[in-house]
Each structure stands twice: as C-alpha cells, then as structure tokens.
Design a protein around this ligand. Structure first.
Ligand code: FMN
Length: 186
C-alpha cells in the first residue's frame, strides 16, 4: 500500500487515455470514497453521476466537450466520467455561508472531487478534472433538473503513458508559512 504522500505526489492530470473501460466496481469505489468526504454541517451537498455507457460517453464527447469546449476533447478516449451535481446544503451551512459570504457547497464539492481523483490514482486509474464544459448540454444528457448545477465533470481512464508536462509548483515558502501569513515580495 502506498503512503498518502506518494499518492498525492504522483497524481497528475492525465489527458491521454488508452480507451479501455473501467470496471464498475472501481468507479463505485471512487464514488464511495467521495461519500466519506467532510462537508460543512455534514450537508453532503452532492450527487455523483457515473457515466460509463458508451452511448452516453459519446454524447458527452460530441456535444459537451466540443466547439467552444474542444480544448477538453482529449477526453474522447476516457473510460468513464463522473459529473458532480451540487445539492442543497443544510440550513446552518446556508446561513453560515451567507454570513461568511462564501458557498460551502462548492468547497465541499472540491473536497469530494479530491477524494475521487486520489481514489482513482490509488487504483491505477488516471483522471482529469474538467471545469470547462457545456453544462446545459450535459444536464440534458444526464437528465439533471435545469434548476441544479453540475459543478465539475471528471474524466477517468488508463494513461497511454504519454510524457506529462513538468510539474510547476510554486516554491513551498510561497504557499506555506508557520504562525503568520508571510507576504512574498518579488
Ligand atoms: C476546478 C478545476 C478545473 C479544472 N478544469 C480543467 C479543464 O477544464 N481542462 C483541463 O485540461 N484541466 C483542468 N483542470 C486540471 C488542472 O489544469 C490541473 O490540475 C493543474 O494544471 C495541475 O496539474 P496536475 O493536476 O497534473 O497536478 C482543472 C482543475 C481543477 C481543480
């Protein structure tokens, strides 16, 4: 079993898939792990829609990731997708969000998304989070009510092994400090 450190470090966005399908139980495992993600007031404001049927995948490629969104057409060989739909938060999380001028559901979904992609990595499955997609068309394909939002779409698949761009992380002193916020002057 790999350590969390090596799991977190080795996960990268994969944009070249070999077209193989992903076993249902692995997709379920990823979604199951996402269910355990923390959420403000334990609202669990999410629904994970797993898309593995070839006909549904084809519709996504042809209409949701085309035209203006074609920068994400690399997902054409993905084995599956998971769409994350945001659901209502509990009243205290809503009130707290208004007072804090934030949206806890979106934060919660970001955390759940992290569980999804790290679980996939743990199972040897590559992934790429997609924030740029035709939401209106995706709602139609997945029969998501118009009033709801699909916050993220995640592509999953086995990597072709294509070399990845070098990781370009900010220096740790720029993103981590102890005890006080340190402004970096450059
Ligand atoms: C909220 C969010 C939206 C993203 N949307 C896209 C996207 O639409 N297309 C894409 O290729 N990558 C997308 N990414 C992936 C990022 O580009 C990627 O995580 C970042 O460049 C760091 O690279 P790494 O994941 O390989 O560490 C998104 C990531 C996040 C967290």
């Amino acid at each position: 079993m790999q350590s969390f450190f090596s799991l977190a470090k080795s996960r990268r966005s994969i944009r070249s898939y070999n077209g193989a399908s992903i076993p249902k139980h692995d997709l379920l495992r990823c979604a199951e792990n996402a269910r355990y993600a923390p959420s403000a007031c334990n609202s669990e404001p999410w629904k994970f829609v797993i898309v593995d049927a070839p006909a549904q995948k084809e519709k996504i490629i042809k209409t949701v990731l085309s035209g203006t969104y074609k920068m994400n057409s690399f997902a054409q060989n993905a084995g599956a997708f998971i769409a994350i739909v945001s659901e209502k938060v509990k009243l205290p999380a809503f009130v707290g969000g208004v007072l804090r001028r934030t949206n806890f559901a979106k934060i919660d979904i970001g955390i759940a998304c992290s569980h999804l992609v790290l679980s996939a990595q743990d199972l040897g499955i590559g992934s790429c989070i997609l924030g740029w997609f035709n939401e209106k068309k995706l709602k139609r394909i997945l029969k998501v009510p118009r009033s709801k939002r699909i916050e993220l779409l995640i592509a999953f698949g086995y990597s072709t092994g294509k070399e990845l761009p070098k990781r370009n992380l900010k220096h740790r002193n720029e993103t981590i400090s102890f005890n006080e916020y340190h402004k970096i002057y450059s």
